[in-house]
Each structure stands twice: as structure tokens, then as C-alpha cells.
Design a binder for this molecule. Structure first.
Ligand SMILES: Cc1ncc(COP(=O)(O)O)c(C=O)c1O
Length: 400
């Protein structure tokens, strides 16, 4: 890769993120190419955002046609794509009302504001939100407060008041933390950034029952787990429950920025002037979102993901059997982590990259795989083969 780009990046950017030493210039399906024409299998997929693969013809057409028709006007006016997407989202989720924004953090921020407003109206001013250890909800001040990672939060204190943290997957802890001040629980059905943590099958049903009993809202952060990624359209559906409020983003745009939060009518507490956005829900983003969601629904992508996920799970377990350094593989659908007995994830990412596979070190000890939902079985097998070889090299003491 050209040194020039690395130097320019280092000169002009806040150094907040670590990049892999590769400049990507083109993509198609599960594959991307760097500026030297080298091909990679993309098992990062824009952090679980490129749901239908790179440059999916329907998504490209949607961008091109809508960009050439009407890109942006503002929410002072009615525009058709956002109304079509709102209707489809509500039909598919069983939720009643939607607000469109541009990112996951904005979607979760909206959920938090909605909960506070609802608490004022319906719960005597209750405002505390229960959140989980290992959670990631975004980087705005409120969502970073809801996020568990200390190093993301500490530099920005004082943080937003009113968040109470409990262990993930622990219903008794939720019960203990619930008081007269509690208004909601905000939780990922599968934790993504926390390392792909899947709760016990009965945790969400118990959580739903507790929220009903205590009269608090169950708010699902489906930013990473939603839109087919977990083998259901939304991951909370894996547990056979409904939620009161939900945040979506990432996969909804297939790579185009869009976010949304939705709520049931009984808690749709926001009214005139209480929330707003310039770009959120613009015709371009919502036409693309509509095209992606319609494709996902019409082609029953979640069922395909579930089948591919079972295949990937089997292959990953056989990798685990061959490599003592693998402590656990966990995930659902096409969101998986391989947990190591050592801090080898960064090295694994580097070696995978050299072998033509983009993967992510979600934790120092865990490698995350999240290919486009359209990935083929052959591509899954090839990626597993690369990971297998890489782990073999690490165990043999690969040169640093
Ligand atoms: C569960 C979850 N919520 C919220 C976010 C924040 O989304 P964004 O980066 O689009 O603001 C993420 C991003 O990784 C996420 O995984």
C-alpha cells in the first residue's frame, strides 16, 4: 500500500481508530480489492453493515435512481421513500411508530430520550435505564454512558445520569436493580462489540416477563444483530418475544448510512417538536433502506442466514477441535466469535489479512467473523480454511 496515504491519514485525522494497513478501493459481493488489485474475502462487512454484499445490483440501482430523482429536502415535507420504509418496518416488526436517523448511536439515543419522556408521563418521572456489562450502544454522550467499556467513557466525564449496570444474561440482577426510578432496560439481544455474547435461551423470555411485571420498557438495541444477521429478521425474535422499543441501523442500509428507532403505540411518547433531524429519513437513505429490507424479506434472507450459520458453526467447531488455543466459538447466524486462551486476536487479524481475509479482533482474545448475509458456502469454507491455517501458525509460534 502507498506510504503516502498512511502518512496523510496520520497527519490529518484524530488518531482515535486503528486501521489495517490496506487501502480498499472496490468491492463486489463478499470480496473487496485493494489499490494494488489484491483480493480479500470481507468477513467484516463494514462492521456488519454491508448486509447484501458490496455493490449489490439492487442497492446500486436504488442509490443511483434516487440520487438522480430527489436526494434530500428535509422533514418539513412528506417524501414517499420514508413512508414506504416506515410501513414496511412496522409491518415486519410489530412495532407501531418509527423515527429515522443516520446511525446506530442516534437510534439508541432516540430510544433513551423516548424512555425518559415516557417515564415522565407514565412512571412518575422515573428515568433510570438498566444496561448490561459488555454492552456497546454508541459514542454520543448518552450512548457512551450506556456502553460498558470504561476507556470509551472515562475521558468524557461527567457522563449522563441515570444508567444502572448489571451483568449480561442475569435476570436476578435485573430484578434487584429495578426500583421505582427504573423506566426501561436497554439491551442487545446478542452483544456484538462486547465479543458476540449470546444469552441463555430463557433469558429474554424472563426479561420480557419481568418488564411486564415491573411496568418498565424492554428496549432492544438491534443495531448489530438486526436485519437478518442472527438468522431471524431481528435477533430478539430468536427468543420468541416482542419488545417495546427497538433501535436499528447498520444492515438496514446495506452500507448506506441509516438508522431508526421504533416503538409500540403504548410507549410512543414523543410528540411535536420533541425530536428532530436534518438528514434522518431523507429520500436517498430511506429508498436504499426500503430496497434492502424488501430484498431481505422477499428472499427470506434470515432463513438463509440461519442455514449458513449452522454450516459455519460446524466448521468453526471443527477448527476449535484442531486448535487447543481456541477456548470457545459462539454466535448465531452470521455473527461469530472465536475466543482464544491468549491475546492473539490482533495477530490473527494481521495473518488473516496477509492470507486475503478481513476479520476483526473484537477483543484482544477474540476474533469476530461477520460476512455479508449473501456470503456463499464456498466463501465460508475458504474463510474457515484461512483461519484454520492462521491459528496453526500462531500455535507454532508464527514470526511476529
Ligand atoms: C449494538 C450497537 N449499538 C449501537 C452501535 C452504534 O452504531 P453507530 O456506529 O452506527 O453509531 C453499534 C455499533 O457498533 C452497535 O453494535
Amino acid at each position: 500500500m502507498s506510504e503516502n496515504w498512511i502518512e496523510l491519514e496520520a497527519k490529518h485525522f484524530f488518531p482515535v481508530g486503528k486501521r489495517q494497513p490496506v487501502t480498499l478501493v472496490r468491492g463486489e459481493g463478499t470480496r473487496v480489492w485493494d489499490e494494488d488489485g489484491r483480493e480479500y474475502l470481507d468477513f467484516v462487512a463494514g462492521i456488519a453493515a454491508v448486509s447484501l454484499g458490496h455493490c449489490h445490483p439492487e442497492v446500486v440501482k436504488a442509490v443511483q435512481e434516487q440520487a438522480a430523482t430527489l436526494m434530500h429536502v428535509s422533514n418539513y415535507y412528506y417524501t414517499l421513500p420514508q413512508i414506504k420504509l416506515a410501513k414496511l418496518l412496522c409491518e415486519q416488526t410489530g412495532l407501531d411508530r418509527v423515527f429515522f436517523c443516520n446511525s446506530g448511536a442516534e437510534a439508541v439515543e432516540g430510544c433513551i430520550k423516548l424512555a425518559r419522556k415516557w417515564g415522565k408521563e407514565k412512571r412518575d418521572g422515573a428515568y433510570e435505564i438498566i444496561v448490561a456489562e459488555g454492552a456497546f450502544h454508541g459514542r454520543t454522550l448518552a450512548t457512551v454512558t450506556a456502553t460498558a467499556t470504561e476507556k470509551y467513557r472515562a475521558p468524557f466525564a461527567p457522563l449522563v445520569e441515570g444508567f444502572v449496570r448489571v451483568p449480561f444474561n442475569d435476570i436476578e440482577a435485573v430484578k434487584k436493580a429495578t426500583t421505582g426510578k427504573t423506566v426501561a432496560i436497554l439491551i442487545e439481544p446478542i452483544q456484538g462489540e462486547g465479543g458476540v455474547n449470546v444469552p441463555d435461551d430463557d433469558f429474554f423470555p424472563k426479561l420480557r416477563a419481568w418488564c411486564d411485571e415491573a411496568g418498565i420498557l424492554l428496549m432492544a438495541d438491534e443495531v448489530q444483530s438486526g436485519v437478518g444477521r442472527a438468522g431471524k429478521l431481528f435477533a430478539h425474535q430468536l427468543y420468541g418475544i416482542e419488545v417495546d422499543v427497538m433501535a436499528v441501523a447498520k444492515g438496514l442500509g446495506g452500507g448506506f448510512p441509516i438508522g431508526a428507532f421504533l416503538a409500540k403505540e403504548h410507549c410512543a411518547a414523543l410528540s411535536l417538536g420533541e425530536h428532530g433531524t436534518t438528514f434522518g429519513g431523507n429520500p436517498l437513505a430511506t429508498h436504499v433502506g426500503y430496497t434492502v429490507l424488501k430484498h431481505v424479506v422477499d428472499h427470506d434472507i434470515p432463513a438463509q442466514v440461519a442455514a449458513k450459520g449452522e454450516h459455519l458453526e460446524r466448521r468453526l467447531h471443527s477448527v476449535a477441535d484442531r486448535h487447543p488455543m481456541v477456548k470457545e466459538v459462539r454466535g448465531k447466524g452470521l455473527l461469530w466469535a472465536i475466543e482464544f486462551d491468549r491475546e492473539a486476536a490482533e495477530e490473527a487479524v494481521r495473518l488473516c489479512l496477509a492470507e486475503g481475509l478481513l476479520a476483526n479482533n473484537v477483543k484482544p482474545t477474540a476474533l469476530r467473523l461477520m460476512p455479508p448475509l449473501t456470503v456463499s458456502e464456498e466463501e465460508l469454507d475458504r474463510a474457515v480454511e484461512i483461519v484454520d491455517g492462521v491459528l496453526g501458525r500462531i500455535e507454532a509460534g508464527a514470526p511476529k
